[in-house]
Design a protein around this ligand. Structure first.
Ligand code: ZN
Length: 271
């Protein structure tokens, strides 16, 4: 279900390459992923999360701190698929694949395709989740076939609604996870003098009907190095002055609320 980034035709998987009908070919890396990000679309040599950020994310997520989110995500998908025996799922901006891995216990069989702009993240995901198909690619130019997916996930990734609508089948679902009002308030209080709740948005998207908002909140306590790992996953990592990591380490742990909102939309076929 990957498409050629040059001519947009379907890619066929061969032993060591993906090949389109116009003979554009893309090597399969030894971890199993394929790079479908056209060179001229890159704005830097290594766009997206760095290796250090990917390692921090994986260490933090594998600590199980966000498992209330993955449990809820699985519950939502199980509810949406009703009695289907097999479905197709895309994760648009999949990162290092932790959330994808937690879908293995879904109630039905599924084919899974994920992509992310960060090569380091995709390398890490495809090295770990061998049954899934991974590519380096952009949310603005998704390397996925049109009208092909039952479920498209966007977990904290850039929202490109026309691309989400394109890859979904009619009546397919988009699940968009965004930070809830009080997400990481404890971490923010440690870093900043003035803290504000995240804005709660309600957005309608062309081609979609809004179905539901499902919130998950919990309080977690994060110690030492794990606090730094969590910090490196957040936007504050880019915005906060130097010394933030030292501050977190010195504090030797903190308690914070975590809060995700899952926004569920159904593709209506009217776009
Ligand atoms: Zn091609």
């Amino acid at each position: 279900m990957f498409i050629c980034p040059i001519c947009k035709s379907k890619l066929n998987k061969e032993e060591k390459i993906y090949l389109c009908e116009n003979k554009h070919s893309f090597d399969i890396a030894k971890q199993g992923y394929v790079n479908l990000l056209p060179v001229n679309k890159k704005h830097s040599d290594n766009p997206g999360d760095s290796k250090e950020m990917v390692l921090s994310r994986r260490a933090f997520l594998e600590g199980g701190y966000y498992d209330c989110f993955t449990d809820k995500l699985r519950e939502i998908i199980n509810f949406l698929i009703e009695d289907k025996e097999k479905i197709t799922i895309a994760d648009c901006g999949c990162g290092e694949g932790y959330y994808d891995g937690k879908l293995e216990a879904l109630d039905c069989d599924f084919d899974f395709y994920g992509f992310d702009i960060s090569k380091e993240a995709v390398k890490s995901a495809s090295g770990k989740y061998k049954k899934y198909h991974y590519a380096v690619g952009s949310c603005f130019n998704m390397p996925l076939e049109t009208q092909s997916f039952d479920i498209a996930l966007n977990i904290f990734a850039p929202m490109v609604e026309n691309e989400m609508a394109r890859i979904l089948k009619t009546d397919g679902y988009m699940i968009y996870a965004v930070p809830g009002k009080s997400h990481l308030m404890g971490l923010k209080k440690l870093l900043y003098e003035n803290t504000y709740e995240n804005e709660e948005k309600h957005t309608e998207y062309d081609g979609f009907d809004f179905v539901d908002r499902v919130s998950v909140r919990q309080e977690i306590t994060v110690n030492g190095e794990m606090g730094v790992n969590l910090f490196r996953m957040t936007p504050y990592y880019f915005k906060t002055e130097l010394g933030a990591e030292e501050k977190i380490q010195k504090n030797n742990g903190f308690t914070t609320e975590i809060h995700f909102d899952f926004l569920i939309y159904r593709k209506n076929g009217r776009a």
